[in-house]
Design a protein around this ligand. Structure first.
Ligand SMILES: Cc1cc2nc3c(=O)[nH]c(=O)nc-3n(C[C@H](O)[C@H](O)[C@H](O)COP(=O)(O)OP(=O)(O)OC[C@H]3O[C@@H](n4cnc5c(N)ncnc54)[C@H](O)[C@@H]3O)c2cc1C
Length: 403
């Protein structure tokens, strides 16, 4: 089952490929290929190049600056961008908030917030999780009480990625403590420069600042910054997933990683570095390829069902599970493959984000060797982010197996 079996899809694929050939800056593609950190400035540059082409928000309707593409066309776009090692745009504005504003926003909110997302002039972060509310998000406790034309927000959000570079945060807050948990929640858009907001960094075990805790102390938020009706924030948040539920397979990311696995294999095999272990390693790589093909076919089947208007149930949970597990399996095989090569010793000063900035020598093997271990650990987060593995198992066992 192929995504681009029709002429229209093949033409689109070629058009995207030509655009990437001519417009994707080499230095950005190199950073992505090497697994290096993509900075805000890099993201701004690539967002604006895509936006000039009208492709920064492929999934938004055309009237708001999107393309109006269906999920199959979007998957083709993703596949091509990943294969060319294009940076992935920040998802908070484009994938999460933008579609929610398009669906629930007032005219004024659409005019105020959508254009600066497209031009990368306004950066968002997501304030959902709290210290005692993660998988069980509906138990969140941050409150917003009405006072004149404002809500007064108190509480804290945790694991907030990119809060340190965001201009705004979209938050789920409790506006009615007496209602059932899901019924008393509202969705607020909060300017990060509002007095009463403070941010504490949270570091991953390797010293990199991956998240933040954001504290709200009597933060005044104009009522006009509420998205959707009061106490209907849960519906906004659930709907915000919408079609995005289908774009969770990480097929494009896995294909990109598999191309690196193949590169490493080719180089290593030519030097006969593996010796007697070669056959075992080759078998593992073939198994990965079969898993990748199975994921891609399942994903294509579901996308086609969705485009045909069929109602989907718990299938995206399976894609999320399989896609994230496959990325981790790719990391593990890459790690195993490069174990035969020496890698440089980090000896540079640490940057503000905790990244080591210098190495003592160039890698003796493939240039991306340096970041393979770091990615292996970073991608462990895929087990949790976007709904943990156990929660996906729960959904599948209830909705598919009827347990
Ligand atoms: C890389 C990364 C980025 C993130 N970025 C953001 C962000 O920008 N904004 C934001 O709001 N949040 C963010 N999060 C937080 C994320 O949404 C939560 O970590 C997630 O919802 C899980 O919540 P928790 O950490 O409180 O774990 P818990 O919900 O406490 O879960 C702990 C463990 O118990 C398991 N568990 C929980 N409930 C059940 C159950 N009913 N049955 C079986 N097992 C269960 C879980 O699977 C997990 O293994 C991020 C997380 C990661 C890893």
């Amino acid at each position: 089952m192929k995504l681009d079996s029709g002429k229209q899809e093949q033409d689109l694929r070629l058009e995207i490929r030509q655009f990437l050939d001519s417009s994707l800056p080499e230095n950005l593609a190199k950073k992505v290929r090497l697994g290096q950190a993509i900075t805000k400035a890099d993201q701004v540059q690539w967002t604006r190049l895509l936006n000039d082409q009208g492709w920064a928000a492929p999934h938004w309707p055309e009237e708001y600056g999107g393309t109006g593409w269906n999920v199959i066309q979007r998957q083709i776009f993703d596949n091509e961008c990943r294969a060319a090692h294009a940076p992935v745009l920040s998802g908070f504005g484009f994938n999460m908030l933008g579609p929610a504003i398009i669906k629930y926003g007032t005219t004024q909110q659409k005019q105020k917030f959508l254009p600066p997302i497209l031009t990368a002039d306004q950066w968002w972060c997501q304030g959902y999780s709290e210290p005692q509310a993660g998988s069980d998000l509906a138990s969140l406790k941050t409150t917003a009480e009405k006072d004149g034309d404002n809500y007064v927000v108190n509480g804290s959000k945790i694991w907030t990625s990119a809060a340190e570079i965001a201009d705004w945060i979209f938050c789920l807050v409790r506006t009615d403590s007496s209602a059932k948990p899901q019924r008393g929640i509202s969705f607020l858009l909060i300017d990060m420069n509002t007095p009463g907001i403070s941010i504490t960094p949270l570091y991953a075990f390797n010293g990199v600042r991956l998240w933040n805790q954001v504290f709200f102390e009597d933060v005044r938020v104009p009522i006009e910054n509420r998205l959707g009706e009061e106490n209907q924030g849960w519906s906004v948040a659930k709907n915000l997933l919408g079609n995005e539920r289908l774009m969770v397979s990480r097929v494009a990311e896995n294909k990109r990683m598999f191309s690196i696995v193949k590169d490493v294999l080719l180089q290593q095999c030519s030097t006969d570095l593996f010796g007697a272990e070669k056959d075992t390693l080759l078998e593992k790589v073939h198994t990965l390829e079969i898993r990748l093909n199975a994921l891609e076919v399942s994903n294509s089947r579901l996308l086609q069902q969705s485009v045909a208007g069929e109602q989907l149930g718990a299938e995206p949970s399976m894609l999320k599970l399989k896609g994230s597990q496959l990325v981790q399996a790719m990391d593990e095989i890459l790690f195993e493959l490069i174990a035969y090569a020496a890698i440089p010793f980090p000896d540079g000063p640490e940057s503000a984000t905790g990244r080591v900035t210098g190495i003592n020598e160039m890698p003796v093997f493939a240039d991306y060797t340096e970041n393979i271990a770091s990615n292996l650990f970073h991608h462990r987060g895929y087990t949790i982010a976007g709904g943990s593995t156990e929660i996906q198992y729960n959904i599948i066992s209830k909705q598919v197996l009827g347990l």
